[in-house]
Design a protein. Structure first.
Length: 463
């Protein structure tokens, strides 16, 4: 076999391949065998029809076509390996010459990973938010815990903000009660914003037995998006009672003996959360600076496929689960179709560039992924997907996605190395040392890398 490679542009090549006919012998034998199993000729047992009879009855051309289709994948793979290129996607193959008994010639055009030159990135500098936990932050955290231990007790007075009311609802559109527009015994905290717009004003001031009517746009159900006349009847008003903030509360709500110990723990947890957020912010900003430093040609077909995949996933998976159409989503986002398309394309370009650059760094730095790192990453991905680790691992193996997970971990390690070389300061001008917890830094780097590669146009912008 002879092959040559021609560079059409930085992301596409054309392979020209010539194959002596004798190299097709195995595929020709396989073609005759396959046809033998599919046809019947009077006077011959099935599977025992001579080759010359198949040629006479069904045509040598049919045999050659079957043999070439069988041989092409192997021949293409050999040509790719010989040319030492990294193909992306499926090739466009064209048979240019087929001389029976003499020669097979074909061309194959395919997108390839572009060659990338990564310059010195040690000069990258980024600024991140300082880790600051105020007394107000601690008080808010403790207050949220206190809210979880609130109790309610019925009262005989008009409902006010913060009260929990038990209500019956009936929604009408064009004077007709909707089949799914009646609900009884619904508990609602006034001011929470968890039900229909206008309900807070309607029930505030009503006592048990009171009734009011208001108009509101329905958020779901058979008449989603339509204006409805809603009648609400209050059957009970209950006041929320918060426990006293004292040592007894600390003992009831936590493992601590005193309120001071509970507050100290809340402060520590908030600091840890802000440190993780700071690390993630550093990864994202360093990645953005790295992307500015490197020129990356983008294969147009790959970009097209990525844009279409993102749109499909958004429309048929994410929005479908929320009961939204693409038009309704755009309306809620305040975007035109053109703005959405441009944003999706921009995100796809960033994702492809990120993967190419980090993969180049993985190769250049010879970064490997060990079993423990892969297992930790799998556990995190399982948790974020809502599946058990065993379920997630089984789905990954059955879907042939193990190399994808390995790639995610390796790219996270590559980004962590870039961050380590960068200068990170906080908004107070203090140098931020992200190396104190290597596992946390790499975890945040994996998250940042995944976000850039996989973010869908769902307001995540980001998996």
């Amino acid at each position: 076999m002879k092959s040559a490679v021609e560079t059409l542009n930085p992301t596409r090549v054309r392979l020209t391949v010539e194959v002596p006919f004798e190299e097709l012998k195995a595929s020709l034998d396989a073609a005759y065998k396959k046809i033998n199993q599919q046809v019947t000729v009077k006077g011959f047992r099935k599977g025992k029809i001579p080759a010359r009879v198949i040629d006479q009855r069904f045509g040598r051309g049919a045999v050659l076509e079957e043999a070439v289709n069988d041989a092409l994948p192997k021949l293409y793979t050999e040509a790719i390996n010989e040319a030492d290129v990294n193909p992306l996607g499926q090739p466009d193959v064209d048979i240019t010459e087929l001389k029976d008994g003499e020669l097979l010639a074909f061309t194959a055009e395919v997108d390839i990973r572009p060659a990338i030159e990564i310059p010195d990135y040690s000069g990258i500098e980024v600024t991140v938010d300082a880790v600051e936990v105020s007394d107000e932050d601690v008080e808010k955290s403790v207050e949220q815990l206190r809210e979880r231990f609130a109790s309610t007790s019925p009262v005989e007075r008009a409902a006010a903000e913060g009260d929990v009311v038990t209500i019956d609802l009936e929604a009408k559109v064009d004077g007709e009660v909707l089949p799914d527009g009646v609900a009884s015994g619904v508990q609602y905290t006034i001011g929470s914003g968890e039900l229909l717009e206008g309900i807070d004003e309607a029930v505030t001031g009503l006592e048990a037995g009171g009734e009011a009517t208001f108009t509101s746009t329905l958020k779901g159900g058979s008449a989603e998006g339509k204006e409805a006349e809603v009648t609400v009847k209050v059957t009970q008003v209950a006041a929320r009672e918060l426990p006293e903030l004292d040592d007894d509360f600390a003992q009831m709500a936590s493992e601590f003996d005193t309120l001071d110990e509970l507050k100290a723990d809340s402060r520590k947890r908030l600091e840890n959360m802000k440190q993780y957020d700071q690390a993630t912010q550093a990864q994202e900003r360093v990645l953005d600076e790295l992307l500015k430093l490197v020129e990356v040609p983008i294969p147009e077909k790959l970009l097209e496929d990525e844009v279409n995949t993102r749109k499909h996933n958004l429309e048929h998976h994410q929005l479908g689960q929320m009961g939204l159409t693409i038009d309704k989503y755009l309306e809620l986002q305040g975007k035109t179709a053109e703005e959405f398309d441009a944003e999706t394309r921009e995100q796809a370009v960033k994702g492809i560039k990120t993967q190419f650059i980090l993969d180049e760094l993985v190769s250049r730095e010879k970064l490997n992924v060990n079993q423990d790192e892969l297992t930790e990453h799998l556990m995190r991905r399982a948790a974020s997907s809502g599946m058990s680790p065993d379920q997630f691992a089984k789905a990954v193996v059955e879907g042939g996605q193990v190399p994808m997970l390995v790639g995610e971990v390796a790219r996270g390690k590559a980004l962590a190395a870039v961050v380590e070389a960068a200068k990170v300061v906080d908004t107070n001008g203090e140098t931020v040392d992200l190396g104190d917890d290597e596992d946390e830094t790499e975890e945040a780097a994996e998250a940042a890398a995944e976000a850039s590669e996989d973010e869908a146009a769902e307001g995540k912008s980001e998996a």
